[in-house]
Every structure is written in structure tokens, then in C-alpha cells.
Design a protein around this ligand. Structure first.
Ligand code: NAD
Ligand code: ZN
Length: 353
């Protein structure tokens, strides 16, 4: 779990006070990874406490993080600084938070980041790392994974060293998220709840967090009456709880299939989950019905026909990626999942998207 967290509108201003006791010495910099969307946004960037040899990298969230990108950033940091950094700070959405987590791991572990995609392969503790979400829903701020697309697969570095040492939850940072993106990333949280609460891995720990996140999602996306600030506050906590829920259970069908879309077509996580989830009424009937209601209420039009022109080979690539995520299927369907989840089942579903 994340060992330290502060919450509150304006709590981003505490970053300097939080970091200063963690500075190892003046030559050991803090490295900030900041979503490129904030370039030139002085409201946010003027509050980033840079000093000594600290370095700020603007990182694009247009594409999801790749293992090669992580390896290049790590090399750049090593080549340009005399000492190992005092810490890594990620400020942005799931993409940037995952970059921060992965770089902090790869600064203390040999080899390439693709070698660590999987479960519990990381040998050495990561360096101190801080996560500051600027959009809510993924749960990346709380999870024990960092999702990377590598040469062979899209898979997380899941380890006890992955979670942040410190998280700053300042809902005010999410105030300018565009509506569509707010919905897609928010629905990632909603889908986490549905997949966790309807999975065979469910236990009292996951259930208590999942139920809380689910009820917050309903307040935010279904009911009326919240102010913009209340909605931002609640979605940030929903994301946290949704992430905590899957920490001790697993995601399910939507995530497995969305990974396939993402690997082949580069479809981003939030929108990819929405595209898949829209067709999963056989697996999550109540969850999908409520999803369609939320989609209509917020006038969201999802892309259609994204698989229309794919070849057999391309369908097979997506199916291979999806089927390789065995724990997700086991959670969703049960230990006997291979009896019902065939290549044909997945092909038929992908063809509808
Ligand atoms: P994102 O990082 O993909 O960003 C989405 C868009 O929102 C980008 O264009 C970004 O620039 C913009 N944005 C972010 N904050 C903004 C702000 N305050 N104002 C205006 N625009 C803003 O968003 P996401 O959906 O949070 O993250 C998706 C990524 O998270 C994927 O790479 C996915 O694999 C990963 N993910 C990780 C975990 C985990 O546990 N580690 C879980 C789920 C998803
Ligand atoms: Zn997700």
C-alpha cells in the first residue's frame, strides 16, 4: 500500500515541504515527470519546487507508456546526473504516474524494463517516488502495478516496490480535464468496481472498497446535485477506493479485452474499457445497463467499428493478448474459464466493436 497520503484542495502546495526532508544531498536531484498538457500552465508549474540539480521532464500522455520509453528516460537520468536521484515525482494522469513508478524501479534494478513485466520480478526497492494525479479514475495512484507496453506484450510491473511512497490527492488539479476524458477515465474506476465486485476473487477487503467506489460513481455519474468541486473530490476518492478494491482482487473481461485493443490499435485504457464494456451485457448485465444510462446522460458517443477492417492475423493478435491475461479471466469466470472463453467467443465480441 501507499505509505503516506495527503488529501485536500490546494494540498499540492505542500509538495516542497514534503520533499525537502527526502533530499539526500544537493547533487541528488528530484526528477519531476509532468504531463505535457501543463506546459505553459503557470497555475500548476510555478508551484513545482525545483532547486539545485532538479530536473523537469514534460511527458506526453498521447500514447501509453512503453518499456523503451522508460529505458530511455532512465538512461538519460543516469547520464546527466552524478548521483542517483533523491526521488521521482509524477504529476499527471495514469500515463505519467506509471512512468514515474517504472522509472523509480528501473533506477535501482538492472537490465531493461521489459524484463520486469509480470508479477513480483523486481529484486531491489525502488527509489522514493511520489504520485500526484491530475485526473481521476485509474487508481494508478494507489495500485501495485505500472502498466507498460513492451515489445511482446502490454503488462504491468506488479510488485511490492511499485506503489508510491507518497501520494498527494488535490482534486483541484483535475478542474480542467475535458468532459470526454473525464468520462473515459472515470469509467475506468466504474469498471474496476464492477469487475471486482462481480469477480470470483472477491473478499471482504476488496468488497468494502469496491462498494464505496461504486456508490461514489453513482453519485457522480448518475445522480444530480453535486457541485463541480464536490464531484472532483468524490471522483478522486472513488478512484482511490476502486484501486484499493482491485489491489486484493482483480479486474475482468473488459480489461482483458481492452488490453488487446490497446496492444494492436493503441486504443487508450479509459476509452478502450468503455468500448469493450458497452458489449459485455452477457457478463455484467446490471453494470452494463447502468453504464449505458451514464453514457446517455452525459451524451458520450463511443467510436464504432474500430475492428471493422482488421485481418484474421490482427484479430488473432488481440485474442492472444487478451487470453494471456489468465488471472483476469479466472477472476471473471472462475477456474474453469477455458471451457467457456474460446477464441471464437472473443472474436465475436471484438467484431461487434
Ligand atoms: P492519461 O494519463 O492517459 O491522460 C488522459 C488525457 O488527459 C491526456 O490527454 C492528458 O494530457 C489529459 N489530462 C490529464 N490531466 C489533465 C488535466 N488536469 N487537465 C487537462 N487534461 C488533463 O489518463 P488516465 O486515463 O488517467 O491514464 C491512462 C493510463 O493509465 C494508461 O496508460 C493505463 O494503462 C494506465 N493505468 C494504470 C493503472 C495502474 O494501476 N498503474 C490502472 C489503470 C490504468
Ligand atoms: Zn483500468
Amino acid at each position: 500500500m501507499v505509505s503516506r497520503v495527503v488529501f485536500g484542495r490546494g494540498s499540492f502546495n505542500q509538495l516542497g515541504d514534503i520533499l525537502s526532508p527526502k533530499r539526500l544531498n544537493t547533487k541528488a536531484p528530484f526528477i519531476f515527470f509532468v504531463d505535457e498538457v501543463f506546459k505553459g500552465n503557470a497555475w500548476l508549474t510555478s508551484r513545482i519546487p525545483l532547486s539545485y540539480d532538479d530536473k523537469l521532464y514534460y511527458v506526453s500522455a498521447n500514447e501509453e507508456p512503453k518499456t523503451s520509453q522508460i529505458d530511455e528516460l532512465v538512461e538519460d537520468i543516469i547520464l546527466n546526473h552524478k548521483e542517483r536521484p533523491s526521488g521521482i515525482i509524477g504529476i499527471g494522469g495514469g500515463c505519467i504516474l506509471d512512468v514515474a513508478k517504472a522509472v523509480s524501479i528501473m533506477l535501482t534494478n538492472k537490465g531493461q524494463s521489459k524484463d520486469y513485466q509480470g508479477w513480483d520480478l523486481v529484486k531491489n526497492p525502488a527509489i522514493y517516488h511520489v504520485g500526484i494525479p491530475t485526473i481521476s479514475g485509474t487508481g494508478a495512484e494507489v495500485s501495485r502495478t505500472t502498466i507498460l507496453t513492451g515489445p511482446d506484450r502490454k503488462l504491468g510491473i506488479n510488485s511490492d516496490y511499485t506503489p508510491f511512497d507518497q501520494v498527494i490527492l488535490d482534486p483541484e488539479l483535475t478542474k480542467d480535464v475535458p468532459k470526454e476524458q473525464w468520462f473515459y477515465t472515470g469509467m475506468d474506476c466504474y469498471v474496476h468496481c464492477i469487475e471486482s465486485l462481480n469477480g470470483t476473487y472477491l473478499n471482504a477487503f476488496s468488497k468494502s472498497y469496491g462498494e464505496k467506489a461504486f456508490s461514489l460513481c453513482k453519485e457522480i455519474f448518475v445522480e444530480d446535485g453535486l457541485s463541480a468541486e464536490e464531484s472532483q473530490d468524490k471522483l478522486m476518492m472513488a478512484s482511490w477506493h476502486g484501486g484499493m478494491s482491485i489491489a486484493y482482487s482483480q479486474v475482468g473481461v473488459a480489461h482483458a479485452m481492452s488490453y488487446g485493443l490497446s496492444y494492436l490499435l493503441g486504443t487508450k485504457h479509459g476509452i478502450g474499457n468503455c468500448i469493450v464494456f458497452d458489449h459485455l451485457e452477457d457478463y455484467y448485465p446490471d453494470g452494463v445497463a447502468l453504464f449505458k444510462e451514464m453514457k446517455a446522460k452525459h451524451k458520450i458517443e463511443l467510436p464504432q467499428g474500430i475492428c471493422a477492417d482488421l485481418s484474421d492475423k490482427e484479430f488473432n493478435i488481440m485474442i492472444d493478448v487478451a487470453l494471456s491475461l489468465e488471472p483476469l479471466w479466472e477472476n471473471a469466470i472462475g477456474k474453469q474459464w477455458k471451457k467457456t472463453i474460446t477464441r471464437e467467443t472473443l472474436r465475436a465480441l471484438y467484431q461487434k466493436m
